[in-house]
Ligand binder design. Structure first.
Ligand SMILES: Nc1ncnc2c1ncn2[C@@H]1O[C@H](COP(=O)(O)OP(=O)(O)OP(=O)(O)O)[C@@H](O)[C@H]1O
Ligand SMILES: [Mg+2]
Length: 360
């Protein structure tokens, strides 16, 4: 649904959020973790609407200045400002590429339509509009892995801080820098998802967490598909940890969202498509390199580099994004987030172990 970039009067217009979609706001039915209720809009559910506090909105807007980190975040389409009995206004409309988003504002939605059950943002006046990370999957298997050893942000009062310190100590957060908050796995044979609930996951220990990691990869896809999924996640985590090494940031209560295709046929189709696209790109590159040699005086404008290739992809086999920035911030001078780096390294170690056990 995301339109390709077009240049209009000096601005790049990447996406027109048709706010008539607001009329179709509904509960986001593929939510796995979290204590608040998210919403989705438009027929394809490609945009998630998350009632939020100003901290999360600021994090998305500030991410524009940190592209090495922002590439791991869902695309950001703007913020809905909610005003009692007035139509919401789409706030400053920026996305991570610093593009202006156009919109037609004629919504009939009032605050009641975006009521949140999230206690942190009960009086939420705002909601961020972000990419649905599951949007390019047919049967997405999803894991929400909370990162970091410190779960409380500087916005927490003393009571909340103590509660979250205790929670980190009682779970794997404080020792491993990760905690599986919830996950679900698709089973083709029963055409159903198996859920690993928040209550089940909260009781995992450093000894039992491995079993849950292994279970997460038990969708009824082939062994080689499973191995490919895990290898991709390891590669992604390795590159994300490089981004984290170079980032002045604090991520508290933030999660890694792991997503992979759980339907074996959809998996094969998506992978074939991916290979075809790569072949096309290779041959296009060869052709354009040849043209370049023939036509050396033509200036290389490199238009394509601004176009988000993801928008052209119909289906994916894996996706890894970082979500939930309600207590996180970028700040010069704070240095890297050691608790999160510990978590990412432990996640890589766990995935390598699952892969090893799968092959032996
Ligand atoms: N961009 C996204 N695409 C797809 N699913 C998402 C996205 N963002 C969130 N979700 C789903 O919603 C769940 C909750 O999201 P999130 O963690 O942002 O909410 P929260 O209420 O702030 O959570 P918490 O209880 O950790 O504070 C995630 O576990 C995931 O299943
Ligand atoms: Mg969360």
């Amino acid at each position: 649904m995301a339109a390709p970039l077009r240049q209009v009067e000096g601005f790049f217009v990447s996406q027109s959020i048709n706010l008539n979609y607001l009329a179709s706001l509904k509960k986001f039915s593929d939510q796995v973790g979290g204590h608040g209720e998210l919403l989705s809009m438009d027929e394809e559910d490609s945009i998630i609407v998350k009632p939020c506090n100003g901290i999360e909105r600021d994090f998305y807007e500030n991410s524009i200045a940190h592209p090495g980190f922002a590439r791991w975040m869902p695309k950001y389409y703007g913020t809905l400002r909610l005003h009692d009995s007035q139509p919401p206004l789409l706030d400053q409309q920026l996305d991570v590429n610093n593009n202006i988003i156009s919109c037609d504002i004629k919504p009939q939605t009032t605050k009641e339509n975006i009521v949140t059950h999230n206690t942190d943002v009960n009086d939420a006046e705002e909601a961020i509009c972000i990419e649905n990370v599951l949007g390019k999957f047919k049967k997405p298997c999803v894991m929400d892995l909370k990162l970091g050893t410190q779960l409380w942000g500087e916005d927490a009062d003393e009571r909340k801080r103590q509660k979250l310190i205790l929670k980190a100590e009682k779970t794997t957060s404080s020792s491993m820098g990760i905690r599986i908050t919830a996950c679900r796995v698709y089973r083709k044979s029963s055409n159903n998802y198996t859920y690993y609930s928040r209550d089940y996951c909260r009781n995992l220990t450093p000894n039992t967490i491995m079993k849950c990691f292994a279970d997460f990869f038990m969708a009824e896809i082939s062994l080689s598909q499973r191995q490919l999924v895990i290898n991709r996640f390891i590669e992604d985590l390795t590159s994300f940890s490089e981004a984290l090494e170079n980032q002045d940031v604090r991520l508290h209560g933030t999660s890694i969202l792991f997503v992979y295709e759980g339907d074996p046929n959809a998996f094969t189709e998506a992978l074939n498509k991916e290979e075809e696209t790569q072949d096309d790109q290779k041959s296009n590159k060869l052709t354009s390199d040849e043209d370049y040699v023939e036509d050396e005086d033509v200036e290389d404008t490199d238009y394509d580099s601004d176009i988000d290739e993801d928008d052209d992809v119909e289906f994916k086999v894996t996706e890894l994004k970082i979500i939930d920035f309600a207590h996180s911030y970028f700040r010069d001078g704070v240095g890297k987030d050691e608790g999160c780096l510990l978590g990412v390294n432990n996640a890589i170690r766990c995935l390598k172990q699952v892969l090893n056990e799968m092959t032996n």
